[in-house]
Write a protein that binds this ligand. Structure first.
Ligand code: FAD
Length: 415
């Protein structure tokens, strides 16, 4: 016989999306239960945040706890191609863009968020795995197992937020998974020590290096002296580069003109990790009494470090709408949630497609781009993808194409 509990909102997963949604709802007086399968701290990838995250963490009452952890401040992003850099300093973004974000070891970061969310009133239960869901006229009913005792739990909730990330609990249970539109890619990564970091204001930047074979490498420095390094490429390119994942990663680091200098002689301090087929898509983001947020809904690609930002953007929005619905207001989930999340995702999707087609790199590396262009790009790279004052946000696909064409014409002019 399952133990029964009744709450206002049940949240699946205590990653960044779950903690932010939980904190927002608890601060509005809702009874929130967050079920998390793992025990924290646990490793998860997604270590380079964007400035927009700081806004969203502040709104949820979680930023102070994050600031107290002393994480590496990230003032910008540097992209390297053929040994040449182009830097986007967040401080040079459009008005309203925060000047920095953080580089975070996610085990510690996620634990910090979950701990603070619990202090704000969320009932966070670790080692509780959600296994089933049913909906009836009055409630959503989640089935879960307490992994230590083996005890079954049934949670009756007025609303369920799925923040289960790669667990993708509701998409699987409700059959709303859809094949992703982006091509299959593989990521191989680890943490190292001995990274010869730049000094000065750029020390905390993320580096993204385009490898001569078309793969790309990330270098993310942490304040604990460790550095996250990884390579992303097509399955064929990655497999062809070595016999083991360690060799595949090191081969890319050794043969890249930029990474080879900075990372010469680094020591691996964590096991090798690999993720493949991580892009996700769904038929719909909401239904009666449920919504998907963060990676449980959509995930594009790691190249612009957009995952946690989009997770916080969607979970914050969902939490506020759930609160309004529970207060008796009519909520138009299609217009107020799906359309907004889709818009935000579409901006990064256009950037990701432009990255892999090569057009975006031409834009990044254009000499003397017209005034305002760099600020517009910077604000997107900082995560401000709902700022409709930015032409790149209003019509990202078309605007990037136009920009690419006009910059190519300028580049072709002599002088
Ligand atoms: C190679 C790679 C590199 C990336 N780099 C970056 C980056 O630099 N910056 C960035 O912002 N993003 C990055 N991302 C994306 C980032 O990993 C995700 O977007 C982010 O973690 C999503 O947060 P979330 O809260 O939605 O889910 P998660 O962080 O995945 O959290 C979900 C939680 O739900 C729990 N859960 C799962 N199933 C169940 C269940 N059945 N019951 C209970 N709990 C459950 C999990 O244990 C987990 O704790 C990267 C992704 C990849 C693949």
């Amino acid at each position: 016989m399952a133990k029964r509990e009744v709450v206002d909102v049940a949240i699946i997963g205590s990653g960044p999306a779950g903690s932010v949604a939980g904190a927002l709802l608890a601060r509005r007086g809702r009874k929130v239960l967050c079920l998390e399968r793992e025990v924290f701290p646990r490793f998860v990838i997604g270590e380079s945040l964007l400035p927009r995250c700081n806004h969203l963490l502040a709104e949820a009452g979680l930023l102070e706890a994050v600031e107290a952890r002393g994480y590496q401040v990230k003032p910008g992003a540097i992209f390297w191609r053929d040994g040449q850099p182009v830097r986007f300093a967040f401080a040079a973004g459009r008005p309203g863009t925060r000047p920095a974000a953080y580089q975070v070891p996610r085990g510690d970061f996620d634990q910090t968020l979950a701990t603070r969310a619990a202090e704000l009133g969320v009932d966070v239960r670790f080692q509780h795995q959600v296994t089933g869901v049913r909906f009836d006229d009055v409630a959503a009913r989640l089935e879960a197992t307490a992994l230590v005792s083996g005890e079954a739990l049934e949670v009756e909730a007025k609303f369920v937020l799925d923040c289960s990330g790669y667990g993708r609990v509701l998409p699987r249970l409700l059959g709303v998974d859809r094949p992703p539109t982006l091509g299959p890619r593989v990521a191989v990564f680890t943490h190292v020590e001995g990274d010869q970091r730049p000094t000065g204001p750029e020390a905390g930047d993320i580096w993204v290096c385009v490898h001569p074979n078309g793969s790309w490498i990330w270098i993310i420095p942490f304040s604990n002296g460790r550095t996250s390094v990884g390579v992303v490429g097509s399955p064929e390119l990655i497999e062809a580069s070595g016999a083991t994942d360690e060799r595949r990663l090191y081969w890319h680091l050794e043969t890249d003109p930029t990474a080879s200098k900075r990372l010469a002689g680094v020591r691996r301090v964590m096991e090798m990790k690999r993720l493949a087929g991580y892009s996700t898509a769904v038929e719909k983001l909401t239904g009666d009494r449920w919504a998907l947020t963060g990676n449980a809904g959509t995930f594009l690609d790691p190249v612009f470090s957009s995952g946690v930002t989009l997770a916080l953007e969607s979970s914050s929005r969902a939490a506020v709408l759930v609160d309004r619905q529970l207060a008796g207001e009519e909520v138009d989930w299609g217009r107020e949630y799906t359309a907004v999340v889709d818009r935000a995702t579409a901006v990064f999707a256009a950037f990701v497609r432009g990255w892999y087609s090569g057009e975006l790199l031409d834009v990044f590396f254009a000499r003397n781009p017209p005034e305002g262009v760099k600020a517009s790009i910077t604000s997107v790279l900082a995560g401000y993808v709902l700022d409709t004052g930015n032409s790149l946000v209003r019509d990202p696909e078309q605007r990037l194409k136009t920009l690419h064409r006009s910059l190519a014409r300028r580049e072709a002019r002599p002088g």
